[in-house]
Design a protein around this ligand. Structure first.
Ligand code: PMP
Length: 303
């Protein structure tokens, strides 16, 4: 793997190899970190970071849930994100702000110093080349998401991603592109690292935040774009078998963007290729970055 040169760590820009933490850092043992995934895009007006402030706000929300006191402000983290893009000479890239309990105590409730970093790297389509065009084959995982009042699904915390790894690794091992998890209720939740949308009769249906999912910003962006363009959106509990019965199905997330799903558990979804509503949303979403979709909410934040 080729690593970029510069990274932001604890308030300053460092060389990648110098951005280290101690092996006895709390987070390494107990999963006590919170993080974000953000993309910058190369737009006609120069590089822009998509919903930078909203992502970093969610970082602080995740930290609040877990009582992780990040010793930087929102503005400082926004600036750090811009700085790593500029310093590495990137335009289209993925950004990873992360904050974690560091070295300073070994007990579960230890109040250790909190460290923070922002990394960036160049990333293409998360689930593989061509997937945005062709779609992926997905499966429902044998692993469920966490039950309510166990691990908060609404925090984007490091420990949560043990669940995501079980779901994603099982799917890959079985030869699928991605895994979809059910909530502890047995109803649909989300993908290993993506939210889900199903299309029925031209309307978008997506699972609600009560279904143990991360309240994705791509999900929110698509709901907003769909409604602004006259597409009905329904947030509702959905049983597993609706994955097989819908007309179209796709996953969305910062990394996965809008990835169509052409089959689930070996059953073809709709026509087995990206359908018209999926295509329309892809056009609207990617149009934000090429300039064909207006940006009335100021989602594109200039580097
Ligand atoms: N669910 C999970 C579990 C995720 O990790 C992600 C990626 N952050 C998403 C959903 C999508 O969230 P977003 O659109 O904000 O990237």
């Amino acid at each position: 793997m080729h690593y970029p040169e510069w990274i932001w760590h604890n308030g300053s820009i460092k060389r990648w190899a110098e951005a280290t933490t101690h092996v006895m850092s709390h987070a390494l043992h107990y999963g006590s970190s919170v993080f974000e995934g953000i993309r910058s895009y190369d737009t006609p007006n120069g590089p822009a970071i998509f919903r930078l402030t909203d992502h970093n706000r969610r970082l602080f929300q995740s930290a609040k849930i877990h009582e992780i006191d990040i010793p930087y402000t929102l503005d400082e983290l926004n600036a750090a994100c811009r700085e790593v893009i500029t310093r590495n000479g990137f335009s289209a890239a993925y950004l990873r702000p992360v904050a974690w309990r560091g070295l300073g105590g070994f007990g579960l409730s230890a109040d250790t110093p909190v460290e923070a970093a922002v990394a960036t790297w160049q990333m293409g389509a998360y689930l593989g080349d061509d997937v945005l065009e062709q779609g992926i084959d997905a499966c429902v995982s044998s692993w469920q998401r966490f039950a309510p009042n166990t691990i908060p699904a609404g925090a984007k915390a490091g420990g949560n991603y043990l669940s995501g790894q079980l779901v994603a690794r099982e799917a890959r091992r079985l030869g699928f592109g991605e895994g979809i998890a059910l909530a502890s209720t047995g109803l649909l939740s989300e993908g290993a690292g993506e939210n889900l949308f199903l299309v029925f009769d031209g309307a978008l249906h997506t699972t609600p935040v009560s279904a143990a999912l991360l309240n994705g910003l791509t999900r929110h962006s698509l709901i907003t774009l769909a409604r602004a363009n006259g597409i009905e959106v329904v947030e509702r509990d959905l049983p597993r078998e609706y994955l097989y019965l819908c007309d179209e199905l796709f996953m969305c997330g910062t990394a996965a963007e809008i990835t169509p799903i052409r089959s689930v558990d070996g059953r073809q979804v709709g026509a087995g290729k990206p359908g018209p509503v999926t295509r329309q949303l892809q056009d609207l979403f990617f149009g934000l970055f090429t300039g064909t979709t207006p940006d009335p909410h100021g989602w594109l934040e200039r580097v």
